[in-house]
Design a protein around this ligand. Structure first.
Ligand SMILES: O=C(O)CCC(=O)C(=O)O
Ligand SMILES: [Fe+2]
Length: 461
């Protein structure tokens, strides 16, 4: 049984609150409550609900499926692969990573070799930062000409997230010793804004050390993925990764999710007749891969489960990613999906809010150089028949600096539809592949991108 005692007070429409998913359920009949105790029953319920939703052309039954996934999360979470980085069998390690990234797009990495003491200091540093007075954090606020810094007003897929963040990225000079605001440090994403040493004495040193450790780990993971995809070391195709090691444009995001006792319209919990807001709305990470440090106490990250060959975003079946103690959660992003011609998945995921607990997390986004055109590996733009020795390319080349600038613009301000990899599918009629060339002629990747200045071109796509 998943609903708490409020379920006994269901109204005509059989609405009830599901504490497991923290979501309202709209049900047509009470028998739906009891069918979710096993995975098999849950799958049957999901199929029946989908059929019912299609028939009624309604969106509400979605909630039922989301809730059912997290209800049985103790068993389902076990299915997100746990991979041991110290596996002595290199071929087996590659295979496991490939399998995880081509199905779930997520796995949990144990024995990742980032020091426990560093992780503890990093978590303490995050806690210190987010406990600063709001005005102190606000003084570091990001803006339309600097993507880095503090913010609490991010939009994901045009909806405001329930979180506070601080973004710190690799300096333009690639040298952490040069002062953050120095011209040498500016790049498309702007420049870093750290709290003062007076406010957070050890913060900068700890963040830089953790950042560098994540970059090294990301490089190792990318190479394992690349070998698993059959890319030969030293080959032309491997060069993207060689360059990425030196020209990556990664950033580390520190997330703080306050507990949430309001509905989506901001009313008090007692009056709530809307589902609560989300910590982060469903999205895919834009870069190559993400190294995520999760919160051991508050488990709110959910990933969409896909059936074989299924690539739909609607009707997602959500599975909670309970962090294995000591692990880092890894997922592949949009650029890995394009690069692998769709063999690796950029998984849809979201973060729930919690009515009682705060949560901290820190994704490190490992991103290519701004000027890289990410192109499907060993794929051919001429090939249309499956009898050819190379696969037909599924995506057109994607300029990372353009994709990143547009994603940032969409996080900051509502531009209409957010840029997605689907806009680069060979059969898409989107203007992005052409617009990226136009924009490339107008901007410099060594200068902060100005969202307001290029608003017109951003909205053209
Ligand atoms: O907080 C989390 O666990 C995930 C965060 C996330 O998905 C993101 O910041 O892109
Ligand atoms: Fe994410």
């Amino acid at each position: 049984m998943i609903a708490d005692d409020r379920s006994t007070e269901r109204d005509e429409a059989c609405r009830c609150w599901c504490p497991a998913s923290k979501w309202w359920l709209e049900l047509e009949s009470a028998e739906w409550f009891v069918v979710w105790n096993t995975k098999q029953e849950r799958a049957t319920a999901a199929r029946a609900c989908n059929a019912r939703r299609r028939k009624r052309n309604a969106s509400k039954v979605n909630c039922l499926i989301m809730a059912s996934a997290s209800q049985s999360s103790t068993t389902i979470a076990d299915e997100i692969p746990v991979i041991d980085f110290l596996n002595p069998d290199a071929a087996d390690l590659q295979k496991q990573i490939y399998q995880a990234c081509s199905t779930w797009g997520f796995f949990q990495l144990i024995n990742h070799q980032i020091d426990d003491a560093l992780i503890t200091s990093f978590k303490d540093a995050m806690g210190d930062f987010f406990s600063l007075p709001y005005e102190t954090k606000l003084a570091l606020k990001r803006d339309p000409v600097n993507a880095r810094g503090y913010f609490d007003d991010e939009l994901t897929k045009r909806r405001r997230d329930w979180k506070e963040c601080l973004d710190v990225g690799v300096p333009g000079s690639r040298n952490w010793d040069i002062p953050d605001g120095d011209d040498a440090n500016s790049c498309l994403d702007g420049y870093n804004r750290f709290p003062s040493r007076k406010d957070c004495p050890k913060f900068r040193d700890v963040i830089v050390e953790y950042f560098d450790a994540c970059a090294r780990l990301s490089d190792q993971l990318s190479r394992l993925l690349s070998s698993a995809l059959g890319v030969q070391e030293g080959s032309e195709e491997a060069k993207l990764l060689d360059r990425m090691m030196h020209n990556h444009t990664s950033y580390l995001r520190m997330n703080y999710y306050p507990f949430c006792n309001v509905g989506s319209a901001g009313e008090e919990k007692s009056n709530m007749d809307e589902p609560p807001p989300l910590g982060i709305s469903p999205h895919r990470d834009a870069g190559f891969l993400t190294v995520l440090l999760q919160d051991n106490d508050c488990h709110s990250l959910q990933v969409a489960r896909y059936e074989d060959g299924d690539d739909k975003d609607t009707d997602a079946d959500w599975v909670t990613v309970h962090p294995v103690p000591g692990s880092l959660t890894i997922n592949t992003g949009d650029m890995a999906m394009i690069w692998s011609n769709g063999q690796l998945r950029a998984p849809l995921h979201r973060v729930l809010t919690d009515p009682n607990k705060v949560r901290y997390s820190a994704p490190f986004f490992y991103n290519p150089g701004y000027d890289e055109f990410i192109t499907p590996l060993s794929a051919d733009y001429e090939t249309s028949s499956s009898s050819s020795s190379t696969d037909a390319a599924k995506y057109r080349p994607c300029l990372w600096g353009y994709f990143r600038a547009l994603r940032f613009a969409g996080d900051l301000t509502d531009l209409g539809v957010e840029i997605q990899t689907s806009h680069y599918k060979v059969d898409s009629d989107s203007n992005h592949p052409e617009n990226q060339i136009v924009l490339m002629g107008q901007i410099s990747f060594q200068e902060p991108f100005d969202v307001d200045k290029y608003r017109q071109i951003l909205q053209m796509s």
